[in-house]
Design a protein around this ligand. Sequence first.
Ligand code: SF4
Length: 396
Amino acid sequence: MEAPRALYLHVPFCPQVCHYCDFHKMRRNERLVAAYLQRLERDAAALAARWPGPLDTAYFGGGTPSHLTDAELDRVLAAVRAGWGGLGQHETTLEADPGTFDEARALRWRAAGISRVSIGMQSTQDPVLRFLGRSHSGEQALRAARDARSAGLQVSLDVITAVPGQDARADLEAAAASGAQHVSVYSLTVEPHTPFARRGVRIDEDRAADDFELAEALLGRHGLERYEVSNHAREGYESRHNRTYWRGDGYLALGPSAAGFEPPSASDPAGTRGVRTRNAPIKAWLQGAAPERTPVDGPALALELLMTGLRTREGLELARVEARTGVVLAQRFGPQLQQALEAGLLQERGGWLVATRRGLMLLNAVLRSFFAAEPADDEPADDEPAAASARAAAPR
Ligand code: SF4
């Protein structure tokens, strides 16, 4: 496994707590932010000393990184620069909430080396935004996209579908018409321990499946092609950072509860192909708790590559899976592969394994057949369309 050249940096502060959110986040207070920045600077120096980069991509996620002040964000960027000599050489993304920036601020980000913003638009309909617990309006979301584009930033918009009372077509049309180069579409899910779970909110699964198909057709007509279950882009604007996750390449984690994937060290068990790392939640992280490390062996990594690779339009390169994991998929999962190929859910094209359109719709069922052959912890657990488990493809 090669040394990681991607960085995920978690900023846990948010202007509000959305009713559906299960990410590691909290409201800010000045003392907490000051302690966070100090700890982040120390951790960046230590991590960069172990993995010096340079970085190809950097992703500032959260939480809401744009909820930091200019001076605070400058310190975060300076810590990355001091450690790795620069931000992402190919792509540096900042997650931003509408309502936290205007064109002047976007210009400042651009000048500071941010190349791309991922804006949490979610919907353009105010009742839907209120239902979700967002603190911005639909008009603010569209204005944020305009401001970021005018500042010369690449723009990705997040849209949530299958929300009760939502006109998903109108939201997708608005996202396409905004000129964004990238649109991520997530079906609403009710995660445990969220306000929605406590209120017993239910998702209409038929509606979720309809919206999943609608997103592909509608965004595709506007030149935003689906290239991963949840992601659509104009040609050349696919997320390079997320591709790191989907291909099983290494990435570094900075910040509370951030996840990483690093090459094994000498003390890991024989046969370890990579190590998942998970930083502690903020309280323990501020006290200096070490990240949790989980060694991943070849068979487990092969299953992970199946899970993430089949979500992408390009699919999975069989020879690469073998080289990375030591597993020959055709041998280990012969009957399961045969069945999925015969059912028209998967296709083999020039040494690549790719999910068909129908296969993408039924991806969780396809993956379950592989897990059934070799049980593992992360088994997809439901019959929802694959879009519903979008978070699996974007660790943080
Ligand atoms: S959805 Fe985003 S903005 Fe809302 S609480 Fe979660 S991390 Fe914060």
